[in-house]
Design a protein around this ligand. Structure first.
Ligand SMILES: Cc1cc2nc3c(=O)[nH]c(=O)nc-3n(C[C@H](O)[C@H](O)[C@H](O)COP(=O)(O)OP(=O)(O)OC[C@H]3O[C@@H](n4cnc5c(N)ncnc54)[C@H](O)[C@@H]3O)c2cc1C
Length: 401
């Protein structure tokens, strides 16, 4: 392999590039990224950076001297617009083509927007550092001048934004279409446990309610709800999920179906691998196809994809991680490991939901498949290992310390 092109200049793409160099790939390494900025970390965008507790330069993923050591051919602020699989080239906006022997697809995901949102100031999505800075400026305005914050969507990112805005001193209302937030990701009972954090902290969480519109002249003044009522708002953050960035692959011949479909070694085609939020792969540990939208999978998947590319499609190892994510809300660290199936049995085995400090285990077909912790970091990480070892819940319980 002489030239490897990595498309996507964020966590998965950077980890792939670093791993290629660590594994002694010394050919031309091209990194194409649609954002102008050098790779930065997204989790602080709904937490410390939004709260003003860290600065922009503290969220960098790679100091410039380390980036220089990677000897990358950097194309930042450039978007890949097409992939020619047979001709082995990527086309960039502006028409330039870059040929490759190996390709890493790491284009991540973009936030979904609600239909029919008017072009009013003060209504935001959150994915990029610039989105975060724009929200922060409006949050400062709300905190000093009064007015409310509305967060649409009580998923992890929406809930973190709500917690951060509340911590800054703003009055916050969270609107959630589901009867129980996060019930699809964690099940009804654990979704309700997450919802309780908003109630505990005096944030007005309204569930089972849709948004029917917004009002305001130049700037948003309120959100209209499906039941005919209005919530006043100077700042609205919409957090209703993401969609994988696959438009540029539409005519490539790769299989795309809520993500780029790849095999268990992360290959979407010979010499083409996929990493991070954009990839959908078969995880042999759970016998399930999955696409994971969390930090650890982007980091670990980026490394695994690079190794897989170098090994080649026939010799590559399956990528079989136990997915992990965390979310910091108010004073609680929520952590989840594993993969939830629809029919899982969930048991609280340590602490209690009422105390907001507990460990809950998810069981499927006799096996431990997931664990959710509220402020139980040590136990959750032990469970990650137990799930990888395919232990039953009883076996895991006997080994938890
Ligand atoms: C506000 C926020 C908070 C989060 N907090 C947590 C958390 O607490 N815990 C957790 O586990 N996870 C968290 N996450 C999720 C985590 O950050 C993501 O899973 C991770 O960023 C995914 O990395 P990625 O490299 O796959 O994709 P992305 O980070 O989406 O990066 C993809 C990059 O590719 C670029 N790109 C897209 N299309 C093209 C193209 N055609 N050509 C060139 N470049 C392109 C994009 O501009 C982007 O820079 C959070 C995410 C956000 C947004």
């Amino acid at each position: 392999m002489h030239t490897v092109v990595v498309v996507g200049g964020s966590l998965a793409g950077l980890r792939a590039a670093e791993t290629l160099r660590q594994e002694r790939f010394d050919g031309r390494l091209v990194l194409v990224g649609a954002e102008e900025r050098l790779p930065y970390d997204r989790p602080p965008l709904s937490k410390q950076l939004l709260a003003g507790k860290v600065d922009v330069d503290q969220v960098s993923l790679c100091p410039s001297d380390r980036l220089a050591e990677l000897n990358l051919d950097l194309h930042l602020g450039r978007r890949a617009v097409a992939l020619d699989l047979a001709g082995r080239s990527v086309e960039l906006d502006g028409g330039e083509r870059i040929g490759f022997d190996g390709l890493v697809i790491a284009t991540g995901a973009s936030p979904r927007q609600l239909p029919g949102v008017p072009p009013l100031d003060g209504i935001h999505l959150l994915r990029t550092l610039d989105d975060c800075l724009a929200i922060r400026a409006d949050l400062d305005r709300v905190v000093t001048g009064g007015g409310g914050v509305v967060v649409v969507g009580a998923g992890f990112i929406g809930s973190e934004v709500a917690a951060t805005c509340h911590g800054a001193g703003a009055g916050v209302t969270v609107l959630e279409a589901l009867a129980t937030p996060l019930s699809k990701a964690l099940g009804e009972d654990m979704g309700a446990a997450c919802a309780s954090l908003h109630h505990d902290n005096g944030v007005d969480l309204r569930t089972g309610i849709g948004v029917s519109g917004f009002h305001g002249r130049h700037r948003v003044e309120g959100v209209l709800l499906a039941d005919g009522t209005t919530v006043e708002a100077e700042l609205v953050v919409v957090g209703v999920g993401v969609k994988p960035n696959t438009d540029w692959l539409a005519s490539s011949g790769l299989e795309v179906h809520d993500g780029v479909v790849c095999d268990s070694t992360l290959h979407a085609a010979p010499n083409v691998v996929v990493a991070g939020d954009v990839g959908r792969w078969h995880n042999p540990l759970f016998g399930a196809e999955m696409r994971v939208e969390h930090w650890t999978n982007a980091a670990e998947g980026g490394m695994a994809a690079a190794r897989s590319l170098l090994a080649g499609v026939d010799a590559a190892e399956p990528y079989a991680p136990v997915p992990y994510f965390w979310s910091d809300q108010y004073k609680t660290k929520i952590q989840f490991v594993g993969h939830v199936h629809h029919a899982d049995d969930v048991r609280v085995v340590d602490g209690s939901v009422d105390e907001r400090k507990f460990l809950a285990l998810y069981e499927h077909a006799g096996r431990l498949v997931g664990a959710l912790g509220f402020s139980r970091p040590k136990l959750v990480l032990q469970c990650r290992r137990f799930i990888a070892e395919r232990l039953s819940v009883d076996e895991a319980l006997s080994q938890l310390t």
